[in-house]
Design a protein around this ligand. Structure first.
Ligand SMILES: NC(=O)c1ccc[n+]([C@@H]2O[C@H](COP(=O)([O-])OP(=O)(O)OC[C@H]3O[C@@H](n4cnc5c(N)ncnc54)[C@H](OP(=O)(O)O)[C@@H]3O)[C@@H](O)[C@H]2O)c1
Length: 241
């Protein structure tokens, strides 16, 4: 995305481009799912970024309930120094400030422990920011109404020295970065299964809060057959459209 940070969108999809749905449970998806997990390390990223829906689906501890008012105005951005020193991060897109965390360290899906960084907008209350500090969760403010993805990347680089970021959805999050020209590479593992569902999201989804940007073209870097009939496709996003 810039000389300063490399971004890759790494996703597993069905043959019909879905990133969620019944196909995940099909036995024929299993080898591709395994490859998807293993290929993460190919990119040597220090941080993985997820959208609010994805965080709620398996990383955060639900939503916060009523919080005590903050005693004082919290700082704009707050870095838990101990967390920063771990050098491995999960970045959570949480514009309104609603996700709950029992710890600032997440150790999920057999992956190394990662410090949580909450990406908030100015809409997140002072009470919520104070809550995050109590939990030891670092946070930064990027944007007023919706998340400003470019500002977020600049802050991740300057406050946490993150040089390589994996953007791992869901679809709304992926499109937010893509439409701003902030994705360098798409790493797509395609499972040899058609889902057929009409409600599951696809790799890229434009939300109503973003203007219609038009299609984004890619250049193929590599296509590799995987064990069990899957495919690994690497594309470079074409910029400047
Ligand atoms: N197959 C895979 O590799 C893979 C990987 C990850 C996730 N997934 C799946 O993807 C699905 C979720 O995808 P999704 O597209 O529905 O959700 P998502 O991208 O996880 O989260 C979307 C939400 O994030 C917030 N958000 C994202 N970008 C924003 C921006 N620029 N400004 C403000 N808010 C922003 C908004 O929250 P608010 O609406 O609260 O403001 C938005 O509704 C889940 O089913 C998950 O299992 C699949």
């Amino acid at each position: 995305m810039s000389e300063k940070m490399f971004t890759v969108c790494h996703m597993l999809a069905s043959l019909d481009g879905k990133i969620d749905g019944a196909f995940f449970g099909a036995p024929e998806t299993a080898p591709s799912l395994k490859a998807y997990g293993e290929l993460r390390s190919f990119y040597h990223c220090e941080a993985t970024l997820y959208g609010t829906t994805t965080m709620l689906g398996g990383y955060a501890d639900g939503r916060v309930s009523a919080l005590p008012a903050a005693d004082e105005q919290p700082p704009e951005d707050w870095v838990n120094e101990k967390g920063r020193l771990r050098g491995n991060f999960i970045v959570s897109m949480d514009p309104k400030g609603e996700l709950a965390f029992s710890s600032h360290i997440l150790e999920k899906k057999g992956r190394p422990a990662a410090h949580v960084i909450e990406a908030l907008t100015s809409k997140a209350s002072f009470a919520y920011r104070a809550y995050l500090r109590r939990q030891g969760v670092s946070y930064l403010i990027a944007g007023e109404e919706s998340l400003d993805c470019a500002l977020l990347l600049r802050k991740l680089h300057s406050l946490f020295a993150i040089d390589r970021l994996m953007i791992a959805g869901g679809g709304v999050t992926n499109w937010s970065f893509l439409q701003e020209g902030l994705i360098d590479e798409l790493s797509l593992v395609v499972a040899p299964v058609a889902d057929g569902g009409t409600s599951a999201v696809s790799i890229f989804e434009r939300p109503s809060f973003l203007p219609d940007h038009g299609p984004v073209p890619f250049t193929l870097l590599e296509a590799k057959a995987l064990e069990g009939n899957g495919l690994w496709l690497r594309y470079r996003a074409q910029k400047g459209r």
